[in-house]
Design a protein around this ligand. Structure first.
Ligand code: DLL
Length: 445
């Protein structure tokens, strides 16, 4: 996309103005917002106030952006421990939407939005999509899942506000996706990168050449992907493949986006303030050095997040970007510092599998998760050892147990997994940390 088109997009959408503000102005805006959000969290969130008090801090101690590092971190288990609404800073009358995402064990984590929060979210997505060259002339097939997952509704309202035509098709039903893409003249698609690869492969089987369709841009995220996957998707579908990043705890999709330069993701930093820290020491690392991304929401009302440890590993890029945006960039996320795995866009913790299995009689807590990729789609198999008593039982009992585990895991994780029961001691014992996850998906394919 030329710079001229970019300027047009920028003027056309006043919401995109903060993308280009001079740095001193941005830092001032961030500081003002940071002070307000810390005050809000202090006033309304007990956990945050207690942690600040324990450090001898008051909201007025935050005088500069550097003072951010004085503040305590927030982590995923804080959301679990205060489940469901303990971190809300707004009364329920002001909360207009809830979403949820996987927690580390049985319960999900819940996130909340006021009307103003939804406006911020929508404006962030408008800016992200505009950065990818999507305009109101586009027909957007939104194949992120609609529901508790933030992907579907988040992308939906942003694309609509941009003035594009949105097709809220949600995930799944691949043959119908291909029919819609062809018949409705789709020009932009949003989904996980792995699903897009699957979709293109299926299209080939159906005799549809995606390269001959008007589709020209894909906005892919919710799971890690690589530059070689980008090249593959761009060549196979005749599109530009853009990376979008976000997480439920912060807002959902729309935290950071690739511009047409495809060289790092611009962080929407007037709303989401980034730091990168050393995972061990918790100390900030210099720009350009890898570490864990920590985000602070600068304008969220219903659920402010102060120094949220995302567990996503990246580094900050400070050089200016040829696109003209002054927003700092981060390198794409290739891995996490915890054991969360993402299967077809759904977050799964091995501890969730473990908790579910423990509740089922006839199994022992020896299990392994095997991940593979078939036709672009993630496949998860859970191998579980049965008890000796169960093993000597009839075949029917084993089959019943298998069905039961499939059902329970389906309920717990929200995705269908294959289950293979193995004989007692059938899973290799480890002398150190048990190797629970064997990931055979080759991200380079
Ligand atoms: O995945 C929000 C989202 C929806 C982002 C649609 C982009 C597009 P969660 O389900 O809470 O939210 O999962 C958040 O997914 O911490 C990362 O580990 C991973 N993730 C999200 N986007 C990317 C990306 C949504 N572009 C977790 N690259 C995050 C790599 C990503 N990992």
């Amino acid at each position: 996309m030329s710079a001229a088109t970019n300027v047009t997009t920028h003027v056309f959408h006043p919401a995109s103005a903060p993308d280009y503000v001079p740095l001193p102005q941005m830092r001032q805006l961030q500081l003002t917002r940071l002070q307000a959000v810390v005050r809000r969290a202090w006033d309304h969130v007990a956990l945050f106030r207690e942690r600040m008090t324990a450090r001898g801090l008051k909201p007025e101690d935050i005088r500069s952006l550097d003072d951010l590092r004085l503040l305590p971190f927030t982590v995923k288990t804080d959301l679990r421990d205060t489940y469901p609404f303990g971190l809300f800073a707004s009364p329920m009358q002001e909360v207009v939407r809830l979403h949820a995402s996987s927690g580390t064990t049985g319960k999900p984590i819940v996130v909340a939005y006021t009307k103003e929060d939804l406006e911020v979210w929508t404006s962030a997505i408008v800016r992200c999509f505009a950065a990818c060259g999507v305009t109101r002339g586009d027909v957007v097939q939104n194949a992120y899942g609609y529901g508790l997952f933030t992907g579907g509704l988040g992308a939906h309202y942003g694309a609509e506000a941009l003035g594009a035509t949105v097709i809220p098709i949600s995930g799944g039903n691949t043959d119908r996706q291909i029919m819609v893409m062809r018949d409705f003249g789709v020009t932009a698609i949003c989904c996980t990168p792995s699903y897009f690869i699957h979709l293109v492969e299926r299209a080939v089987e159906l005799g549809v050449d995606v390269r001959s369709l008007p589709l020209r841009v894909g906005i892919f995220g919710a799971e890690p992907w690589t530059n070689s996957m980008r090249r593959h998707m761009e060549a196979a579908a005749g599109i530009r493949a853009q990376d979008i990043y976000g997480l439920s705890e912060i807002i959902g999709p729309g935290v950071a986006i690739e511009c047409e330069c495809q060289d790092g993701l611009h962080i929407i930093e007037d709303h989401f303030y980034p730091e990168v820290i050393d995972t061990e020491t918790g100390e900030p690392v210099p720009d350009g050095i890898e570490g864990e991304l920590v985000l602070t929401t600068l304008s969220k009302r219903a659920m402010p997040m102060i120094r949220y440890r995302t567990r996503d590993i990246t580094s900050l890029v400070t050089e200016s970007c040829p696109c003209g945006r002054t927003l700092r960039r981060m390198r794409r996320i290739g891995r996490r510092s915890d054991d969360m795995i993402i299967i077809r866009g759904v977050n799964v913790f091995p501890s969730q599998v473990e908790a579910a299995l423990l509740a089922i009689e006839g199994t022992v807590p020896h299990y392994q998760i095997i991940l593979t990729r078939e036709k672009g789609l993630d496949v998860m198999e859970v191998r579980v050892e049965v008890t000796p008593g169960m093993f000597s039982d009839k075949v029917g009992a084993i089959e019943d147990l298998n069905r039961k585990i499939v059902h329970v895991l389906d309920q717990t994780l929200g995705i269908r997994v294959a289950v293979r029961l193995v004989e007692p001691h059938g899973i290799e014992r480890s002398e150190g940390k048990a190797k629970r996850v064997i990931d055979r998906r080759n991200l380079e394919q």
